[in-house]
Design a protein around this ligand. Structure first.
Ligand code: PBG
Length: 332
């Protein structure tokens, strides 16, 4: 305490009064993360008999249909708000045919999840083609090697209908094609799924932090990268434009992705979005904290809670995180 503070003639602000003990800090905390804010991304793979650990994401697995059901049940019991399902098909081709196959792995797993946990949490389906195409891009290609935007929209509309038919309560397009929300809305409505909302990956950046996901979902591009359709990390204004377009096309919720390096984008989107804002704590964010904790360089549980709190503080209402089940227990 300096003399200046002690001798002041006027009341001196002492913010530390509100930090004096855990009870006081709890009372004045502005931000809380609840289990129901969390969404667990999960991977289901065709043709395996046992779940396969993902080496770059310790604690995460490519699931069989059975192990997926068991993990979904654990998430539901922990109070997690939702699941986001990714499928890895046995067969890939140029147009990603397995994605809208009613008997394909994702549709089968969606039926399982809807039956097992569909009343307790929101079962969502990631809607993209990169896990289903043999070239690993998010839609069929043109002769010049670029993704054919409008042909991809037709594919997405068909995938959305197949996912909704299988029991997805939400479809979540992540391919960043222009017009994808409108095309999917029309496809869902035509197929009678007028009540299925769209969670649009609206501001999705071409990020290095998707690295481990490429092992998890086996969807790495065989050539080139995704900079032709995902956003440039340098741009913030562009994110607001993408969000506005998706909302105008009928998005019921919007997502920012990744999160940690894009908290400014989450905050800007949360300020202006008329619909709920989600954010995705992506595979690379998970991997870097797990790796540092494994070396004893970071307290793992505190890092999980602090990063999730930063997402909420920035304004995200739903947080996709691979730690969802564990964090739901930590946050109780
Ligand atoms: C596919 C997709 C990706 C992720 C979610 N959906 C990878 C990519 O766009 O390259 C990344 C998720 C993560 O890293 O956890 N469109």
């Amino acid at each position: 305490m300096t003399d200046t503070v002690r001798d002041a003639a006027f009341p001196v602000a002492r913010p530390r009064r509100l930090r004096r003990g855990p009870a006081m800090r709890r009372l004045v905390a502005e931000t809380r993360v609840l289990p129901e804010n969390l969404v667990l991304p999960m991977f289901v793979k065709e043709g395996i008999t046992e779940r396969v650990p993902i080496s770059s994401m310790p604690g995460q697995f490519q699931h069989t249909r059975d192990s997926l059901r068991a993990a979904a049940l654990e998430a539901a019991e922990a109070g997690v708000g939702g699941l986001m399902l990714f499928g890895i098909p046995g067969h890939k081709d140029e147009r990603g045919s397995a994605a809208d196959d009613p008997d394909g792995i994702v549709q089968a797993a969606l039926r399982d999840l809807a039956a097992e946990v569909g009343d307790d949490l929101v079962v969502m389906a990631d809607l993209c083609l990169c896990e289903y195409t043999d070239h690993g891009h998010c839609g069929p290609l043109m002769a010049d090697g670029h993704v054919d935007n409008d042909l991809t929209l037709e594919r997405y509309a068909s995938v959305a209908a197949a996912q909704a038919q299988a029991g997805a309560a939400v479809v979540a397009p992540s391919g960043m094609m222009d017009g994808q929300v409108a095309a999917i809305r029309a496809g869902l409505d035509r197929a009678g799924h007028t009540g299925v909302p769209i969670l649009a990956y609206a501001a999705k950046y071409a990020s290095v932090f998707y690295g481990p996901f490429r092992e998890a979902a086996e969807g790495a591009p065989r050539f080139g990268d995704r900079s032709g359709y995902q956003q440039d990390p340098a741009n913030a204004r562009e994110a607001l434009r993408e969000v506005a377009l998706d909302v105008a096309e009928g998005a019921d919720m919007v997502m920012v992705k990744p999160g940690l390096a894009y908290l400014d984008i989450i905050a800007k989107v949360a300020d202006s979005s008329p619909v709920p804002v989600s954010a995705y704590q992506v595979s690379g964010e998970y991997a870097m904290i797990e790796a540092a904790a494994e070396r004893g360089w970071l307290d793992r549980e505190r890092a999980i809670v602090e990063t999730l709190t930063s997402y909420r503080r920035a304004g995200a209402e739903q947080i996709l995180t691979y730690w969802a089940t564990e964090a739901a227990h930590l946050l109780r």
